[in-house]
Write a protein that binds this ligand. Structure first.
Ligand SMILES: *Cc1c(COP(=O)(O)O)cnc(C)c1O
Length: 351
């Protein structure tokens, strides 16, 4: 037989995954490594999430509710009266939004450097990706973004941005919304760690989708739950394009449970903000961040070298060399538990 695969997969490396903590620990002969590479919540999920998920397992013989009502109702309680769609992680939502609005061959705009999955998903769909570089300080130029988006049906903007950590002011997002005809997908994966609220923009604009995830502050990365605020007109089309039953019933129940535990969210946010500030004060090369991670310039080392040296000291961080449009000399470090952060600070001091 011929082993045919599409050209877009033959020539590329795909998503960059973090090194497995267990393997590194085994190689080093140490009990535990600090896992600061994937921006996860270091604490287990809320007991409310675990309880709801356990109960849902008992009826796992049935297909999940195709409209994810348990989760959508919990989202309405948490956020108020908006339109929501859900997916298998925000990654699933991103794929479905692309499928809903973009024809193969059409243009998708991505503000860079940023999260790699927008371009991967658009390319896999057969779209053409146009990147708009951020300024030297990683801020976004609304006029440049609008210019690049002319004629495109979909554009991606991440705020707070992964991996740089900075946010786009809501006024600038609004300027972009007013200047573009296409849909803007605003990725808010880390907004719970910031002091910004983009939700009011949903009331004034019909071309905005705000993506959210349960993987970060809500500590459910392993269950793959994402959702988005969508304009009313888009919702029925999203459902037509979506993979049936993409979000399983156990994950749905867990997400609804986690949304009800406001205290746990507050604790996580406070913990992250405290440590983020300390990283900024103790490491001068740290960029100010609105997220649960910071980006650090490790010049004269490369990001890969620094990441390797830190791994040898039992600390896993993310080298940023795989982010197109970013220099070679950056690492991204998640805020972990106290002992992990302490170990990181000691390790980086002796790099
Ligand atoms: C983590 C992350 C997501 C995806 O999260 P899921 O786990 O797929 O819900 C989306 N966007 C950014 C910027 C992220 O960092």
């Amino acid at each position: 037989m011929q082993r045919w695969v599409r050209a877009c997969f033959a020539g590329r490396t795909g998503y960059s995954y973090a090194k497995k903590a267990e393997e590194v620990a085994r190689e080093l002969g140490i009990d535990r490594v600090a896992r600061l590479a994937s921006n996860e919540n270091p604490r287990p999920p809320s007991p409310a999430a675990i309880e709801a998920a356990t109960a849902a397992l008992r009826t796992a013989n049935r297909y999940p509710d195709e409209r994810a009502s348990v989760l959508v109702e919990a989202l309405r309680r948490y956020h108020g009266d908006y339109r929501f769609v859900t997916g298998a992680g925000m990654d699933g939502v991103i794929e479905t939004v692309i499928r809903t609005v973009v024809e193969p061959g059409e243009t998708v705009v991505v503000s860079t450097p940023t999260f790699s999955f927008y371009a991967l998903a658009a390319t896999a769909h057969g779209a053409r990706v146009v990147t708009v570089p951020r300024r030297e300080d990683f801020s976004v130029d609304p006029a440049g973004f609008i210019e690049a988006s002319r004629g495109a049906k979909l554009a991606f903007l991440c705020s707070p941005n992964n991996p740089t950590g900075n946010s786009v002011p809501p006024e600038d997002v609004e300027e972009i919304l007013e200047g573009t005809e296409g849909l803007l997908f605003l990725d808010n994966a880390y907004v719970d760690f910031a002091d910004i609220d983009y939700r009011p923009l949903m009331r004034r604009h019909e071309n905005l989708v705000i993506g959210r995830t349960m993987s970060k502050i809500f500590a459910l990365a392993g269950l793959r739950v994402g959702y988005a605020f969508v304009p009313e007109w888009l919702e029925p089309f999203y459902h037509r394009a979506a993979t049936p039953f993409a979000l399983n019933s156990v994950s749905l129940a867990a997400a609804a449970g986690a949304l009800g535990d406001a205290e746990r969210v507050r604790e996580t946010r406070d913990h992250v903000r405290r440590w983020r500030q300390r990283f900024l004060e103790e490491i001068p090369e740290t960029y100010s961040s609105d997220a649960n991670f910071v980006m650090i310039d490790v010049t004269p080392l490369s990001g890969d070298e620094a990441t390797e040296r830190l791994a040898a000291k039992g600390v896993l961080v993310r080298s940023c060399t795989s982010f197109p449009g970013l220099g070679n000399s950056y690492i991204r470090v998640s805020i972990g538990e106290d002992w992990e952060n302490v170990r990181f600070l000691e390790a980086i001091e002796n790099l």
